[in-house]
Design a protein around this ligand. Structure first.
Ligand SMILES: [Ca+2]
Length: 666
C-alpha cells in the first residue's frame, strides 16, 4: 500500500526535521536586524487586496467584465500568471501578512468565524511591523479578518499606526453591521463593526455610506496628508498602506450606477456581482489617481491581489479553472495578482514563474531595500529582483496550497505537477459563468458604450439611496464550514471503526514491526475483510448523508453500535494495518481519501487525473507534502463563544472576551 510504503520515509523525515527545527529556532531574533533607513525617498507601498475576486472576474480574462482601470495597471505592470493564494480568506491573509504557510500557526482551517475566540498568534510578526521597523508609517484600511477577541489581535496592536475599517470577514456594505447565526445556527445576533483605530466610528459620515467609497476616501486622506506635510517642508516618512476592500464578497450590494457598465444576465447574482467588480475597478482607479494627484505615484509600489478564488454560489466565476473558493482546485487558489510601479525596471509583461502569497513579505522588504529583514517569513521567497528586472531565474519551484489534518486534505505543486490528496469536496466541477444575457442588443450597446478607461472622480461616499441589493438569503461562507464539518466527522468515524477493528495503529508503536515484518503488513488484510470494511463505511456514509450534521454526531458517539457491524470483533492476524503518523507538534494524521495528480502546464484546468498512470509522481508529491506536514500545528478552531456576542458589548463586535495565544515557532 502506498501509505505503508511511505511510513519509513516519513520516520526518516521526522528525525531530519528535528535537526532542521533546531537550526531554524536559532535564527529567530525577530525584528532585531533592521537598519533604519536614513532618507525619506524610500518607496511607498500600496498593497491592495480584493475579496473573493475570481479568475474569470477580470476583464483581461473575460471581456464581459468591466475592469478597465485594473487591466491598464496590470498590463503596464507585471501580471502574475502563476500566482497562488490559499482557498479562503483568513489563511490567505495570514500567508500574506506572515510569510508563513498558515499550517505553521494553526490557521490552516477555513476562516475565523465571527465569535471564534482566536486570531494570529501574537508572537508571529506581521508585515506592517516589518515596515515600522524599516522606518515606515503604516496604515490599515478595510477588512481585517485576522481576529479581534483580544485587543492584541487587532490591527493597531499588530503593526498598524492607523486602522480604518472592520474586524470581521464580511458585513453590510452600507450599514457596516452583520447579522449572524452562531452555535449551530440556534442563536441569532447582530452587531456594528466599523472603527477608526480602536474607536467605534458610526456617525453619519460612515453609517449608511458604501464601504468602497469610504476606503477610497481614507486612502485619499492619507495621501493628501503626506502631500501637505511635504508642502509645509516637514520631514515625511515613507508609508505602507494595506487597502483591503470588502468588494466583491457577498452580500451583493452595489451603487446602481455600476449596473450601467455590465450586461443584464438572466442570473441576477452574476449581474449584481459583475456590477460590484466594476465598482471595485472604479475604487482602485480613484486611489491610483489620488496617488498621482498628490505626487506620490512615481515613488510607490502598487500590489494588487485577490485573497482566494471566486465564490460561484454568489455569482463569482473561475472558468476555465476547476472548482470554487474553498477548494484546493485551481479555481479556489490560482489568483488574480499584479505589481504596478514606475520603479519596476522591466514592466508591461506577464510573469509565468511560480509565486505564492507568502512571498509578498520578503519581496516587498527587498523592494524597499531591506532585504533579509523579514527573518520570520519562513516560507516566503524574495521575488523582487526577478519580477522587477525580469530575470530568467525561477525563484520558486514548489507551492503548498494547504494542508489540514481534520478532515485530512493536502495539495502541493512541484514544478509542473500538482497533487490533491484527500479532498472529497463535491465542489469539484467547472462551474458555468451564468452569463446568459436577457437582451443581446442591449448588451452589445452596453459593451460598446461603457467607459473604457476614464471614469468620473467621486469625491463623496455614496449613501443608502444609491443602493441596489440582491438578497440571496444565504451566508456563502457557512456553506464551506458545513461541508468541512461533515467530512471531519466522516473521517473520525472511519478512524474509530478502524481502531475498534485493531487495524489502525500509530507509526511510533509499530516501528519494529515495520522494520521486521513490513512485508507482511504490506500484504494487508484478506479480501473478505476488506470487502466488509468497505460495506460498513458505505453504510455509515449513507446514514450520515440522510441524517445530516446531527446524524453524524449521534453516530460518532455510538461506538458500541458501530462495533456491532461489518467485520468487527474478529481477530485476524493478516489484518491490514492503517497508520496514524504523529508529527513534530503532536498532530496525528492519517491519509484519508484518494489522490489526484495533474500536469498544470499541459492541463491547467485539471481535466486529466494522472494518479493511476503515474504512481511515481504520486509518491514523490506525497513525500513532499508529508515533509511540510511535519511542521503543521494543531488547527486552532475553538468553538464560538457567547462571550463575544455583540449584545454583551453594547451592540458592537469588539475585543475583550478571550486570552491571546502564542505558538512555538520554527
Ligand atoms: Ca475571501
Amino acid at each position: 500500500m502506498w501509505f505503508t510504503q511511505m511510513c519509513a520515509g516519513v520516520l526518516h523525515l521526522i528525525i531530519q526535521s528535528s535537526i532542521v527545527r533546531l537550526l531554524l529556532l536559532s535564527s529567530l531574533p525577530l525584528l532585531t536586524a533592521a537598519q533604519k533607513p536614513s532618507n525619506s525617498s524610500l518607496p511607498n507601498v500600496l498593497f491592495i487586496v480584493a475579496d473573493d475576486l475570481g479568475w474569470n472576474d477580470v476583464s483581461w480574462h473575460n471581456p464581459l467584465i468591466h475592469s478597465p482601470a485594473m487591466e491598464e495597471l496590470a498590463r503596464s505592470g507585471v501580471m502574475l500568471d502563476q500566482y497562488y493564494v490559499q482557498p479562503t480568506c483568513t489563511p490567505s491573509r495570514v500567508a500574506m501578512m506572515t510569510g508563513k504557510y498558515p499550517y505553521r500557526t494553526g490557521r490552516q482551517h477555513m476562516y475565523i468565524k465571527p465569535l471564534m475566540p482566536t486570531g494570529i498568534p501574537t508572537n508571529v510578526p506581521l508585515m506592517p511591523q516589518y515596515f515600522q521597523q524599516a522606518g515606515y508609517t503604516t496604515h490599515g484600511i478595510g477588512k481585517w479578518h485576522l481576529g479581534f477577541c483580544h485587543q492584541n489581535y487587532t490591527p493597531t496592536y499588530r503593526g498598524f499606526d492607523s486602522f480604518y475599517g472592520f474586524y470581521l470577514g464580511s458585513q453590510d456594505y452600507y450599514l457596516h453591521s452583520k447579522y449572524y447565526q452562531y452555535e449551530s445556527q440556534k442563536q441569532l445576533t447582530s452587531g456594528y463593526d466599523f472603527r477608526f483605530n480602536e474607536a467605534i466610528l458610526q456617525g453619519p459620515e460612515v453609517r449608511g455610506k458604501y464601504s468602497a467609497d469610504l476606503f477610497v476616501q481614507r486612502a485619499r486622506n492619507i495621501f493628501q496628508g503626506v502631500q501637505q506635510q511635504k508642502k509645509a517642508g516637514s520631514q515625511t516618512k515613507p508609508w505602507f498602506t494595506y487597502l483591503s476592500f470588502q468588494s466583491v464578497h457577498d452580500p451583493l450590494q452595489v451603487p446602481h450606477s455600476y449596473k450601467q457598465n455590465v450586461c443584464k444576465y438572466r442570473d441576477l447574482s452574476r449581474y449584481f456581482y459583475s456590477a460590484m467588480v466594476s465598482s471595485l475597478d472604479h475604487a482602485v482607479d480613484q486611489v491610483v489617481k489620488s496617488l498621482k494627484e498628490t505626487g506620490q505615484y512615481e515613488n510607490t509600489v502598487i500590489v494588487f491581489t485577490t485573497d482566494n478564488g471566486g465564490a460561484v454560489k454568489v455569482g463569482g466565476s473561475n472558468l476555465p479553472l476547476r472548482g470554487t473558493k474553498g477548494t484546493l482546485y485551481e479555481g479556489g487558489t490560482r489568483a488574480i495578482g499584479f505589481i504596478h510601479s514606475p520603479l519596476l525596471r522591466k514592466s508591461g509583461y506577464t510573469s509565468s514563474s511560480l509565486m505564492h502569497a507568502v512571498d509578498w513579505l520578503p519581496t516587498l522588504m527587498s523592494a524597499i531595500g531591506q532585504k533579509g529583514l523579514a527573518v520570520s517569513a519562513t516560507d516566503g521567497i524574495d521575488q523582487w529582483s526577478h519580477l522587477s528586472s525580469r530575470t530568467s531565474s525561477q525563484p520558486r519551484e514548489e507551492v503548498v496550497y494547504n494542508i489540514k489534518e481534520k478532515p485530512f486534505m493536502a495539495a502541493i505543486r512541484v514544478g509542473n505537477y500538482k497533487l490533491i490528496w484527500g479532498s472529497r469536496t463535491e465542489k469539484n466541477k467547472w462551474f458555468p459563468a451564468m452569463e446568459q444575457v436577457e437582451n443581446e442588443v442591449l448588451c452589445n450597446i452596453t459593451l460598446r458604450t461603457r467607459s473604457k478607461s476614464v471614469q468620473s472622480l467621486e469625491q463623496t461616499p455614496r449613501d443608502m439611496l444609491t443602493m441596489d441589493v440582491l438578497n440571496l438569503g444565504i451566508d456563502s461562507d457557512r456553506d464551506y464550514w458545513e461541508e468541512e464539518d461533515q467530512l471531519a466527522a466522516l473521517q473520525e468515524l472511519d478512524m474509530e471503526l478502524e481502531q475498534e477493528e485493531g487495524s489502525l495503529v500509530e507509526v511510533k508503536e509499530v516501528t519494529e514491526e515495520m522494520e521486521g515484518r513490513s512485508e507482511r503488513v504490506k500484504r494487508g488484510a484478506n479480501k473478505n475483510m476488506r470487502r466488509k470494511w468497505r460495506q460498513q463505511r458505505a453504510y455509515w456514509r449513507r446514514k450520515g448523508r440522510q441524517g445530516g450534521k446531527k446524524g453524524w454526531k449521534k453516530n460518532k458517539g455510538n461506538k458500541k453500535g458501530n462495533k456491532g457491524g461489518g467485520g468487527g470483533g474478529k481477530k485476524n492476524k493478516n489484518r491490514k494495518k492503517n497508520f496514524i503518523i504523529p508529527n513534530n507538534h503532536g498532530v496525528k494524521i492519517r491519509s484519508w481519501g484518494k489522490s489526484q495528480v495533474f500536469d498544470l502546464v499541459s492541463d491547467p484546468n485539471e481535466k486529466v487525473d494522472l494518479a493511476s498512470s503515474r504512481p511515481d509522481l504520486v509518491k514523490m508529491l506525497q513525500h513532499r507534502a508529508m515533509e511540510h506536514y511535519l511542521h503543521l500545528r494543531p488547527r486552532d478552531v475553538p468553538p464560538e463563544s457567547v462571550l463575544g456576542d455583540p449584545v454583551r458589548w453594547g451592540g458592537y463586535y469588539g475585543p475583550g472576551w478571550c486570552h491571546p495565544r502564542t505558538v512555538t515557532l520554527d
